[in-house]
Design a protein. Sequence first.
Length: 127
Amino acid sequence: MMREIGATPLIAAISGFLCIALGAFGAHAVKDAQAKDWIETGVHFQFMHTMAAFASVSFRNWGAWIARGAPPFFFLGIACFSGSLYAMGFGYSVWPLLAPIGGAAFMLGWAVLIAAGVQAFLKERRS
């Protein structure tokens, strides 16, 4: 049965595209080693959490509806954590608490997926 999944796959696909674009730009157009490192780290975390957002759709399809709460945390984390690293890599100073807020959002997203995993597991055991 097909379930409503909302905009998560579209937003995640756009985020995946941006990972490639930002990674390529950082690798080829940025000369400063520290700036390259910031951009690479930002891309790494963005890509990882883009895939986690896609995974949340699978959890939902397995009947763990709580998983719909994870992608907003992942996308907020990408904006704050990876965004602050991109800004620093491109020479802009950023609010110092932006990255930790993003890190906390990532952890909250994973906590929601843990709860979704428990929900799916328990649902499967009952059937």
